[in-house]
Design a protein around this ligand. Structure first.
Ligand SMILES: O=C1O[C@H](COP(=O)(O)O)[C@@H](O)[C@H](O)[C@H]1O
Length: 260
């Protein structure tokens, strides 16, 4: 478990651009150290903002996009052509513009896919896909992802782990079907906290005043069942990337001076 490190940027645009630059550097470093990189994408406004900023960055050509595995932290269990799917939004924001190896892009199943409407079966299939991608060095059922990104919801949810629902209580399985989510759609697929905690680095993204309460709760020692974001951390680094509005509820001494 790594202690949270907090970085506060002036506004959400600067936060997205700085996080995109950080991600490019991280991927390049991982590829030069191990030959490839693995990244877990998040849905939501901040995750998609980061991907759009990366799409507009000339530095994106520093990455060998054919040597990266892309996974998702959660998915809205909707038909494949639904624009509300996290996969669809990531493809539109960035992925369609990249020379990725399709075999290394790992979307979660759609509700009209091979598992039909059985979200639990779809979740089990994703867990099996993750397990197949592991190496002995991973020491577990999911890869030690280089970076796993999570958008923090106003209710403190991360991925599709919502406060008090059974998914956030899961301690064995790495991927679960989510039923009755309070944010539409109610049916989702999500990595669990044990899977999230296998990542080398976990980056939590939050911008805007509607996230200030969630950020303050998560960083105040709250329990992960009531505040799922409090339970998300990486083995080497846990990075909270915020804008000033989202950081407004934090004691000022918790983070260094914000960017100008
Ligand atoms: O539904 C979801 O929402 C959260 C956060 O989204 P935001 O728009 O409030 O930033 C996201 O983390 C999750 O991946 C997504 O499925």
């Amino acid at each position: 478990m790594s202690a949270p490190q907090i970085v506060v940027h002036r506004d959400k645009e600067l936060m997205a651009g700085a996080a995109a630059a950080r991600l490019i550097t991280k991927i390049v470093d991982a590829q030069s150290a191990r030959g490839s990189a693995s990244v877990v994408l998040t849905g939501g406004r901040n995750g998609n903002g980061l991907l759009a900023a990366l799409a507009g960055s000339p530095a994106r050509d520093a990455v060998d996009w054919s040597r990266i595995d892309l996974w998702w932290g959660d998915e809205r269990f909707l038909p494949a052509n639904d624009p509300e799917r996290n996969e669809a939004q990531a493809r539109q924001a960035l992925l369609d513009a990249l020379p990725l190896d399709p075999a290394r892009v790992h979307p979660m199943a759609a509700s009209d896919g091979p598992h039909g409407a059985d979200v639990d079966d779809a979740a089990a299939a994703y867990a099996a896909e993750l397990d197949r991608a592991t190496t002995p060095e991973d020491h577990g059922p999911v890869p030690a992802f280089d970076v796993l990104m999570l958008g923090v919801g106003p209710d403190t949810h991360v991925a599709s782990l919502f406060p008090e629902l059974s998914a956030v209580r899961e301690t064995e399985r790495t991927v679960v079907g989510v039923h009755g989510a309070p944010k539409p759609p109610p049916t989702r697929i999500s990595l669990t906290l044990p899977a999230i905690r296998a990542a080398r680095e976990v980056w939590l993204l939050a911008a805007g005043e509607d996230k200030a309460r969630a950020v303050a709760l998560a960083l105040s020692g709250a329990g992960e069942i009531q505040v799922p974001a409090a339970g998300a951390y990486g083995t080497r680094r846990t990075l909270w990337l915020l804008d000033r509005a989202a950081a407004a509820g934090l004691p000022r001494e918790m983070y260094p001076p914000a960017s100008p």
